[in-house]
Every structure is written in C-alpha cells, then in structure tokens.
Design a protein around this ligand. Structure first.
Ligand code: S3P
Length: 473
C-alpha cells in the first residue's frame, strides 16, 4: 500500500475491519424525493437522538466536478469515442454536456452509475443558439478558452448567479491572444465571443484561479500556441495533468507555468475519482458527531485539492488519507474521519486558494470549535455562486453563532449551544450543504430554504448524509 498522504495520520485501514458498509439500495435512493428527504433531515424529523449522533460506515461521493468538466470538454475535441467512468451527473456537469452538444459533440445522457460516452471531433461546429452555462462558472470560463480558438461567433449566457460573476479576468487575456469579445451589459455574461487565429501569450494572473489558468492553457493547446502564466499562488492543476497526458509540454518553474503546444487530443477512457470537495461534508459531519468513524473510498487526493486536510488537522479533527492508486495522473484513495474535539483555527490568505471551495464547511465547523477562528483573505468568495462571504457570516448569525466580516476576513466564534434558524442559500449548493452538516447536531433546529440546490454538485447529498448516521439501517 502507498504511504499515508499526511504523515502521522491514523491509518485508514486500522478502523476498517469492524466497520459495516452501509450502502443504500439503489431503489430506495431513486424513490425518495430529494427535497422532502432533505427537509426531514434538516429538521431532524424521524431520526432518534442516538442514531443522529453516531456515524459509521464506508461511503462514496459522486465524481469530481472539476475533472468531469475537463474530461467532457477535452473528449468533445478528441476525434473518436471517449468513455468517462464515474463522471459527475450533477446539474453543473449537465450544463457542460448541454453546451458541448450544441457545439457538435455527441454526448450520452449523464446518468448515475453509467459510463458516459462522448463522440468528439477535432473542431467544434458553430452553435445555433446561445450557449447557456446554467450555474457553472467552470463551464463558462473553460469554454471561453476553447471558443477563442474557433473561428465562429458564439453567445454565452447563464443563470442569474452566473451572469453576475466576472468574466473579464478570462476574456482580457483571450482578447490579447486574438479573440474578439463584446459584452453588451457589464463584466459578465451574456457576452459574444468570436475566435480567431491566436498568438502566443505571456500573462500575469490577477488572482490565483484554476478557471482563468485553465481557459488560457486550453486556448493555447487548441490553437497550437505557447502560453506562459505568472501565478500569484498555486491553484488546482487538473488541466495541466490532463494536457500532459496528451503530450503537451507543461513546465512549472516557481510561480511561472508554461505550456508548449506539442500535444494532440485523441479519444480516451478515464475513471474519475470521487470529489474531495464533496467528501469534506461527510468528514465534517463525522468530526462533529458524538462518536464513530467513517471511511470514504475512491476520493481524488490530488494535492492541489486536499489543502483542507491540513486545516482540519490543525482544528483537531482526526482525519486520515491513504492513497491507493493513480489514474490519468490523478491520485485517489481513502479518507477516514472520526468524531473529534475541535479547536479554533487561523487560515492565512496564502492558504485560501487551496481551500477555496471548502471555506463554507470549514467556517461551519469553526462554529462548533472552542475559541474564535479567523479565515483571512476571502475576497474571491464574494464572486462565487453567491457572495459567499456575506452569506456565510449572515447565515452563521441567523442560526445563533457569533460571526463577523472585517474587510476580506471572517471570524467565527464556536459555541456548543444548540443552533437554530433559517438558512438563506441564494441557490448556493455549498452554503446549503455546509449548514445541512450543522443541522445533523442533536438539538439543532436549522431550516434550509433550498436544500435541493445541493444537486448542483452533489446529487443525493441528503441521502448520503443521512446514511452516515445509519438512516438506512
Ligand atoms: C474550479 C476552480 C475554482 C473553484 C471552482 C472549480 C475549477 O474556481 O472555486 O469550484 O474547476 O477550475 P476559481 O478558479 O475561479 O477559484
């Protein structure tokens, strides 16, 4: 077996022999309406006190969202039939599949537990209508990079949340490469892009962002031009790993990332690991449970995605990670977490890019930790699916936690008093799931206004969370 990912972890294997596997029968999963079930979970109806406070079992989470988007995008431009195993089938992944179909790719319906086949072509076809990216920033930004390398005009749009998110951070460098972009309204969607013959690019990224970086790398790869990026801090590197797989030259020298357009796309098979950004919700629920241990198998352990393990360990969470395999350049393995006594934590700005999607759940854990936690340098949270910084602090206060925003920093003071109140999600999946975890605490009376929005990234979230507490037994 490969060594633990974090030195000093308690071995994931040690807790396993006595642990029952509690997988829901597929039929049960399919027939319980997600919203009704989520509501009953968040109100605590139907769960006994002891059931709710002890976690157990071996679990899985849906496929990695970042890798699923990238696999769909690259398979659509790889001539021939590619097969994606373990792909995420959530609303965001469906948005990517939908727009790629408009661009000529033949993509099988995204169904849970079924491989997704993609028949790709070397070039996209000009789309008939607007490309609606739904709620997905990754779809919009990475697609912009690919469209910049195609000589036709496309109009991109999205839902109300996505339309308010900044796009100039991606379109400015694409225009510098030779694309034309018009924004009728503001810095955001809808916008019109006309691709062209692109030039090589050297660019300083204004923020540490895998979406900006990936859009520019993909533009360079498809147009066949070199790209040199200066990064303020590292961000997730799935695009680099995939492009390397196809023979593109990827070199990281300190903060400078270089793409040499030496590769070409060919049809591929990929087995996509579980999403660590989804697994953390189960880990967090275990951490604040009264007792028990859980294992989550088949989770992606790419080091650029599991920065949260370091934060959790500093908070006193008993968490372990053991790598089992590497596929398509992506390590995967088992995460283990046990009920723990939590203490406050400080997260510095330099650490934020590595835990950008995990801040909501880390802040909710801080609400159950002794002392005052500080998360510093959270400006990017303001332009996620919601203004996550304001929403997080507001919701923590709504359920009875002392929380404050000071500039770009968030402070949260932990309490062991029962929490209660209504959480306003603004349709933000990670806000909904973070507070659903707090709602598992005995005595909590937390209502979530739109628990169903978890389906943006984690189909079946409520059932999986309930299963952790033995709901299926
Ligand atoms: C993502 C990058 C991150 C992250 C998002 C997914 C990606 O966004 O928040 O959920 O797949 O590249 P930024 O790169 O804008 O920080």
């Amino acid at each position: 077996m490969l060594p633990p990912v974090l030195p000093g972890d308690f071995a994931a294997g040690a807790a396993s022999p006595s642990m029952p596997t509690r997988l829901l029968p597929a039929r049960w999963k399919d027939t319980i309406p997600r919203t009704r079930f989520a509501a009953s979970l968040t109100f605590g109806v139907g769960l006994t006190r002891s059931n709710r406070s002890t976690v157990a079992g071996t679990h899985r989470v849906p496929g990695d969202k970042s890798i699923t988007h990238r696999a769909l995008l690259l398979a659509s431009l790889a001539p021939g039939e590619s097969t994606l195993h373990g792909a995420l089938t959530s609303q965001d992944a469906r948005s990517t599949a939908r727009v790629l179909r408009q661009l000529g790719a033949m993509i099988a319906p995204l169904r849970d537990g079924r491989p997704v086949t993609v028949l790709g072509h070397r070039r996209f076809a000009a789309p008939d209508g607007r490309l609606d990216c739904g709620n997905s920033g990754t779809t919009a930004r990475l697609l912009l990079g690919l469209l910049a390398a195609h000589r036709f005009t496309a109009v991109m749009t999205g839902d109300a949340s996505l339309r308010r998110r900044p796009m100039r951070r991606v379109t400015e460098p694409l225009v510098a490469m030779g694309a034309r972009v018009t924004e009728p309204v503001h810095d955001g969607l809808p916008l019109t892009i006309t691709g062209g013959r692109l030039h090589a690019l050297e660019w300083r990224l204004p923020v540490a962002s895998a979406q900006i970086k990936s859009a520019l790398l993909l533009a360079g790869a498809i147009a066949g031009v070199a790209v040199t990026l200066h990064e303020p801090a590292p961000s997730r590197d799935h695009t680099e790993r995939m492009l390397q797989h196809f023979g593109f030259g990827i070199e990281q020298r300190g903060s400078v990332l270089m793409l040499a357009p030496t590769g070409s796309l060919a049809a591929f098979d990929i087995d996509i690991p579980g999403d660590p950004s989804s697994a953390i919700f189960l880990i967090a629920a275990a951490a604040i449970a009264r007792a028990g241990t859980v294992r989550i198998e088949g989770v992606g352990l790419n080091p650029s995605r599991i920065g949260f393990l370091h934060v959790l360990k500093r908070m006193g969470v008993q968490v372990g990670a053991v790598q089992t395999t590497v596929a398509f350049g992506e390590p995967r393995g088992t995460l283990t977490a046990a009920a723990s006594v939590l203490r406050a934590v400080t997260v510095a700005p330099a650490e934020v890019p590595a835990v950008i999607d995990e801040i909501p759940i880390l802040a909710c854990l801080a609400a159950r930790a002794a002392g005052t936690s500080r998360f510093a340098g959270l400006a990017e949270l303001r332009v996620k699916e919601s203004d996550r910084l304001a929403l997080l602090a507001g919701n923590l206060r709504r359920v009875g936690v002392v929380a404050a925003v000071d500039g770009e920093d968030l402070t949260v003071t932990g309490t062991d008093a029962p929490l209660g109140g209504t959480v306003v999600t603004h349709g933000d999946h990670r806000i909904a799931m973070a507070f659903a975890v707090l709602a598992t605490q005995p005595g909590a009376r937390i209502r979530i206004d739109d628990p169903g929005c978890a389906a943006v990234s984690f189909p079946g979230f409520a059932a999986t969370l309930a299963d952790l507490f033995g709901r299926a037994a």
